[in-house]
Design a protein around this ligand. Structure first.
Ligand SMILES: [Zn+2]
Length: 441
């Protein structure tokens, strides 16, 4: 009964203007928010057990009685993984009627993961996004230009839903070449620009050369960004660059920065966050449980991202807890200027090239605000480098149009470095992709 009253209050708060919504939600005592989240979790558990064949089977197999579980931490070693989504298929997770779907591109596998949603969920996430953008200073008279990639990606859809609520002028460029974006943006003189971090850096380099116009802030999401990269963008535009963290599985932002930029404020209303395999510094794999998803809830979903959770209140006064920047991926998957790359990408790029061994290793480096992807490959009989490099580029172009597009946009530099046969592997297992970037600087 109390929970229903709080949810009603929350629903009303979210439908008022953003300023009042933040004030109203912030006025709720922490104990009430916690009670509401637990009630939502219990509802999610029952819904999953009753309607999703994956969860029903898993719970039965493990002897989990969903009626007795009050918090995800009571589920022992049960988790949902990206491999589960691929292996069982998204349909097995469905608990309601889907209106739309988005996809997350391959991480450890070339197979995309499909995630289903309803329009109502899209509208709710849009409202949350709108409230957050308002907090950062976005107002109705702002002009927005977005370069988010519209192909199967959830972020532009969530942004569009949020802007319908804020009713700002909005033009969707899609992820086009930053030079072209820059030229066409001059017509609109956007006060707020949305894009992926490595794309934003290229745009800012162009703007530094050809001139800027007044911008209120820039907003980037979809991959990590070093602090030096952020500063370079902010200096060009004399405006802050805010980051957000999310996954397609979470339906957009799990957290976003406030004006203080000291970690992502988590969306604690709609997710339970946990950490697994926590190290001495408090970093572990981020695990989240969706609390307000009716179509495809995810229970204890392994994000594969390593970060820490921050519970101390932020000086900005917003009630939600925070999450630090993502330090690494749990596997060898790396999100960089090239895109979401993992060992399978380079296996495929090197496939059919003669004169090389099966041993290769990739180092992702960060140099002068741009990612460098160094592909070290063992060659046989001293293969000629120029031919070898051309073959790699040809395969990249033919087999990975998205990564090739980012290469054409100079979002990263690809280096091909031949090595003597037998020099790469010094242990039983060769770590294929090594991220050497330090995102704390
Ligand atoms: Zn804050």
């Amino acid at each position: 009964m109390l929970t229903q009253a709080i949810e009603l209050f929350e629903g009303v708060a979210l439908r008022t203007n953003p300023e009042r919504a933040i004030r109203l939600l912030g006025s709720l005592p922490a104990s009430m928010i916690d009670a509401m989240r637990r009630a939502r979790f219990r509802r999610t558990m029952l819904r999953a057990a009753n309607h999703s064949s994956f969860y029903r089977d898993q719970f039965r197999k493990r002897g989990i009685d969903p009626r007795r579980i009050d918090h995800p931490s009571e589920l022992g070693d049960f988790y949902t993984t990206g491999d589960d989504l691929r292996a069982f298929g998204a349909e097995q997770f469905l608990t309601g009627h889907a209106d739309t779907a988005f996809e997350t591109t391959g991480t450890t596998s070339p197979l995309p993961k499909t995630i289903f949603f309803s329009r109502e969920e899209l509208a709710t996430m849009g409202r949350i996004t709108a409230i957050w953008l308002y907090l950062l200073g976005l107002r109705r008279d702002d002009r927005i230009l977005s370069a988010f990639d519209c192909s199967f990606w959830v972020s532009p859809a969530v942004l569009r839903a949020g802007l319908e609520y804020l009713k700002c002028f909005h033009v969707e460029a899609g992820k086009i070449d930053p030079q072209l974006f820059y030229e066409r943006a001059r017509t609109y003189r956007p006060t707020v620009i949305f894009g992926e971090p490595s794309w934003m850096i290229r745009l800012s380099e162009i703007a530094e050369r050809y001139g800027v116009w007044p911008v209120k802030f820039l907003w980037a999401g979809g991959e990590n960004l070093s602090e030096s990269g952020r500063i370079s963008v902010e200096q060009v535009w004399s405006a802050p660059l805010y980051l957000n963290y999310g996954q397609t599985e979470s339906f957009g932002a799990l957290g976003a920065e406030c004006k203080l930029k000291k970690g992502y404020h988590r969306n604690d209303l709609y997710f339970f966050f946990e950490l697994d395999n926590v190290d001495a510094e408090g970093y572990g794999e981020v695990i989240y449980t969706t609390l307000a998803r009716d179509v495809m809830p995810l229970i204890r979903y392994r994000s594969n991202d390593v970060a820490r959770l921050i519970e101390e209140p932020c000086e900005c006064g917003v009630f939600a807890g925070r999450m630090g920047k993502v330090r690494a991926r749990c596997d060898e998957m790396v999100v960089c200027g090239m895109g979401n790359v993992g060992p399978w990408v380079f296996d495929e790029v090197l496939r059919d090239i003669s004169g090389i061994s099966s041993e290769w290793q990739v180092f992702i480096k960060h140099e002068s605000y741009c990612d460098a992807v160094e592909l070290h490959v063992e060659t046989l009989n001293g293969s000629a480098l120029p031919q070898f490099r051309d073959a790699v580029l040809l395969n990249l172009r033919n087999r990975f149009p998205d990564f090739w597009k980012n290469h054409e946009m100079r979002l990263y530099e690809l280096r091909v470095i031949p090595c003597t046969h037998g020099t790469l592997r010094n242990g039983r297992k060769l770590q294929r992709v090594i991220d050497q970037r330090d995102m704390s600087r």
